[in-house]
Design a binder for this molecule. Structure first.
Ligand SMILES: Nc1ncnc2c1ncn2[C@@H]1O[C@H](COP(=O)(O)OP(=O)(O)OP(=O)(O)O)[C@@H](O)[C@H]1O
Length: 223
């Protein structure tokens, strides 16, 4: 599904050049659920942002199915992101001034769907994530676990094939973490491909493969 080949990316910090990706290769198959671990600053978020089409490498190849994302311009990447990617972050990134329903419907706002179709789609993800009763609530009144469910619902609203999660349970207690991980496992069973960046071994152990990022590359951890 995804091939990354010889990805390189560096930043100039003052006089110094920091190599974040240093010839990174990775293959992700459809239906994989993989964890990426590694020390702080090793480049995990950079990699996830590139997979999402939010950022680009300086060189190397990013192929998604038959398409070369690494050859796209910013607009094309935005289209790609909208169609294929669901992105989930640690701090949920919800809009406080909007209620749950509006947050989940947000990615559909420039679509050609009618209000009724939007309603139906949101109803479906609300039901899937068992948060139908929260739909009219202000998001800043929710618990952390509820907020993350809303963020997952928003990520799913366009029915993406690839779900990228950056420390998705980092702000949650153990019990809530387990609930969110169950949701991920269920999505994976439904055929979604998931890539989860985490520092947490419990989260990594939920995934079928664990990769470790070091010196600008990733390598599988074999148990
Ligand atoms: N815009 C930028 N300008 C300069 N350096 C940057 C920039 N973005 C990231 N970096 C550097 O790139 C490196 C990788 O950052 P990245 O956020 O990808 O790491 P990470 O593994 O996700 O870290 P963490 O686990 O702490 O979130 C770090 O050294 C960071 O300081």
């Amino acid at each position: 599904m995804i091939t990354l080949k010889d990805l390189r990316k560096s930043y100039e910090v003052g006089e110094r050049q920091v190599d974040v990706l240093n010839g990174l290769d990775l293959e992700i198959k459809q239906g994989d659920m993989l964890a990426i671990m590694g020390r702080s600053g090793s480049g995990k978020s950079t990699l996830l942002n590139i997979l999402a089409g939010l950022d680009t490498a300086d060189s190397g190849v990013y192929q998604y199915k038959q398409v070369y994302i690494s050859e796209m311009n910013g607009n094309q990447r935005a289209q790609f992101r909208k169609k294929h990617i669901g992105f989930i972050v640690q701090n949920f990134a919800l809009i406080d001034s909007k209620n749950v329903f509006e947050n989940i419907a947000l990615p559909l706002r420039y679509s050609k769907l009618s209000r009724g179709e939007i309603r139906d789609r949101v109803d479906r993800v609300l039901a899937d994530l068992r948060i139908t009763e929260l739909q009219s609530k202000a998001v800043d009144t929710l618990s952390g676990g509820e907020m993350q469910r809303v963020a997952i619902a928003r990520a799913l609203i366009q029915n993406p094939d690839l779900i990228l999660a950056d420390e998705p349970t980092g702000a949650l207690d153990e019990q809530t973490e387990a609930e969110i991980l169950d949701i991920f496992a269920k999505l994976n069973q439904q055929g979604k491909t998931l890539v989860v960046v985490t520092h947490d071994q419990v989260v990594a152990d939920y995934c079928q493969q664990i990769y470790y990022m070091q010196e600008g590359k990733v390598a599988p951890i074999t148990s």
